[in-house]
Write a protein that binds this ligand. Structure first.
Ligand code: PLP
Length: 366
């Protein structure tokens, strides 16, 4: 029987390299520190955990299909209209819904060289053609993105700050991008790490969504809120985009435990402040320590850093990864992001951060 004698996936699907999540275990190592998926070392708000327990006693009831309470809590905290908020099963789901709703075969979706891998996956899954734009100094290059726009461009994905580089574009640059795009092109600003940013010239996208018809901003509860396991994302978007996605999404795409935990998590501002303070302390500390070891670190404003290893002399990222793993420190290889000789490390607990620096010191000496 030939491979053509059976159901065929849509064009593009078999060109997708399935997403490989950060590793979570190390064979034969008793104690591990998972620093591979940018999760918070502080865990979620205790109130969110309590809400999950409470919601668990009503599992026979369908959740509120429009996640009203969660949208209202988000709206209250960010000063937005809840009608312009849509929640999802992780923000990854939204990236897919947006791609599938606004692109099809023959269309083009733009993202950058070191952009989040999900953009390629969702562009291909929609049957559209990925257009990959070069970056400049490990940052998105607005002029290059604008130069790549054609008649067929439907969507531009931009993570700000970006993963895995941790770099960002100031608001003026993002505004210039929006101003230069044709009105029919949707600009998707993925602000998964916005809560961590402490820069006066940064804006997550709220302002551009409010002042235009072709920008959406996506956010997540997986990072600073510590609810990655529950899968909660949301977007702030113009009414016409909300209307379109509401027709396409699953009717109960956010589960009841996620709704209840999300409400508690976003209202616990003290917990968020604690996470920000932790990051403010350890991100510069780690950057300094790695730099002192002679390793180049891409300047990050997020909760992770990209550490570059020497090309020669046996001290490659691959060797470092194996060494760190044998000691229980699980970082992220980023070859698929165009960085074969770098590792991405999530800012961890004090113990984990000290441990990685000590292990790398030993590795580089050996
Ligand atoms: C972690 C991350 C997300 C969040 O994904 P969820 O599906 O909400 O867990 C989105 N975009 C980027 C760039 C990320 O790094």
């Amino acid at each position: 029987m030939s491979a053509l004698d059976r159901p065929q996936p849509n064009p593009g699907v078999m060109d997708i390299a399935a997403y490989v999540p950060g590793r979570e275990s190390a064979p034969g190592v008793a104690k591990i520190w998972k620093l591979s998926s940018n999760e918070t070392p502080l865990g979620p708000s205790p109130a969110a955990i309590e809400a999950v327990h409470a919601a668990a006693s009503h599992l026979e009831v369908y959740p509120d299909g429009s996640a009203t309470r969660l949208r209202e809590a988000i709206a209250e905290v960010h000063g937005l209209n809840p009608a312009n908020i849509l929640c999802s099963n992780g923000s990854d789901e939204l990236l897919g819904l947006l791609a599938q709703t606004y692109m099809g075969p023959g269309d083009e979706g733009i993202f950058t060289e070191h952009g989040f891998l999900v953009y390629r996956i969702q562009t291909l899954a929609a049957g559209a053609t990925p257009v990959v734009v070069k970056e400049k100094d490990e940052r998105a290059d607005i002029d290059a993105i604008l130069a790549a726009v054609t008649e067929r461009t439907r969507l531009v994905f931009l993570a700000n700050p970006n993963n895995p580089t941790g770099t960002y574009l100031p608001f003026e640059e993002v505004r210039r991008l929006q101003a230069g795009l044709p009105k029919k092109v949707l600009l998707v600003l993925d602000a998964a790490y916005a809560e961590y940013v402490r820069r006066n010239d940064y804006e997550s996208g709220i302002e551009l969504v409010s002042s235009s018809q072709n920008v959406v901003m996506t956010r997540t509860f997986s990072k600073i809120y510590g609810l990655a396991a529950l899968r909660i994302g949301w977007m702030y978007a113009p009414a016409h985009v909300i209307d379109a996605i509401n027709r396409v999404r699953g009717p109960f795409n956010v589960n009841a435990m996620a709704i209840e935990a999300g409400v508690q998590a976003i209202r616990d501002r003290a917990h968020v402040e604690k996470a920000i303070a932790h990051n403010e302390k350890w991100l510069p500390w780690l950057t300094d320590e790695f730099t002192k070891l002679g390793l180049r670190v891409t300047p990050s404003i997020s909760n992770f850093l990209l550490v570059h290893f020497p090309e020669n002399g046996g001290k490659s990222a691959e060797a470092a990864d194996a060494f760190l793993t044998s000691r229980g420190f699980i970082l992220r290889r980023v070859t698929g992001y165009g960085f074969p000789n770098a590792l991405r490390m999530t800012v961890g607990t004090e113990e984990a951060n000290h441990g990685v620096v000590a292990a790398l010191t030993e590795f580089l000496k050996g």
